[in-house]
Design a protein around this ligand. Sequence first.
Ligand code: ADP
Length: 401
Amino acid sequence: MKILVINAGSSSLKCTLFQMPERRALADGVVEKIGEGDAFLSFSAGATEVRQSCEAADHPAALQALVGCLLDEQSGVLTDLNEIAAVGHRVVHGGETSHSALIDEGTLQVIRENSVLAPLHNPPNLAGVEAALHMMPGRPQVAVFDTAFHTSMPPRAYLYAIPYSLYTERHVRAYGFHGTSHRYVTERAADILRTPVDRVNLITLHLGNGCSATAVKNGRSVDTSMGMTPLEGLVMGTRSGDVDPGLFYFLAEWLDMSPADVYDLLNRESGLTGLSGVSNDVREILAAESAGDRRAKIALDLFAYRLRKYIGAYFAVLGRVDGLVFTAGIGENCADLRRRACEGLEGLGVVLDEAKNAAAVGREAVISSDDSATAVLVVPTNEALQIAVETYDVAGGTEPQ
Ligand code: ADP
């Protein structure tokens, strides 16, 4: 059956069409700059490549444009919209919902309620859901939550040491994010290591614009670095990651900033951008470092150091670690930062093979030396495929009318 996966952001809408259960991607496209007057569509299916400006004032118009490409005679992907048997949606925050869910009034309510905790993500995700419901009424639609993989964390990992009533009354707790990616690479890594997924212990490192580390025990998340919001944990492109919470008080006092201003500074002006003053793109910071830029070097050293601290902490959480798994833009492509993150971990049984590490760019690979007690892997993530798999599981067997 054909499953359409939709990932709707604030100004973009991505679609991938899969043939399931074969897991084959048939077409994929994106509309960027929605509502900005110069929206742009990119689409590819087999030999068909489309790149053109398009009319997309809102998410329904963007979806319409992409579906138009799927139905176009030249692309030959679909002859009728009814061939799409189900639609899967990426939804960032599902609160304490532990599974992917068929979209009904209850699921819509979950997405709305959690918008407060993910104001940049859940509202556009919801706009994508509503656009698809409108275009394909009655078709099974499934919400795949980024938080769901982490609902297996025990209270000692997800609670903050603040008054317990804030958890019971206001749902203040760590939720964790990037769960769809951590789940996908967990299953791939178990496969590569020839270990049943329910027996594999991993530290998965999703290093993209946002970065998070997860401790995976017997295939399930038992701790993760992001918290109530995606600001906690590792250093990221523009986000600070862990800071002393007292910073909020002093920055507000000294710089006469509102809580919203401080939050914004930590989210958008910090991390690699704030430290280096160069950019949020690791490639540019590496180039600046090579040219002798001292702040670029400090930024990258700090990034790798924090990563190493989380790896060390998760060794303590897990006891036995079968594999360290690098994924997302930086994790898949940047051998230099992988090497720096693993430096000095020999005592924990992590020994990188320099040549294998350098050669592994954007593809699955084992990059540890043969005598490393813990394997180190590169696994390109595929969140769209994971969403298709979970949509198939929830809506499976429902063939088009
Ligand atoms: P997102 O979180 O937006 O999905 P990605 O997973 O695509 O982001 O990761 C984006 C980041 O990956 C970029 O900011 C860039 O720093 C990094 N990146 C991509 N390719 C490389 C590369 N070849 N070397 C180093 N870093 C890279």
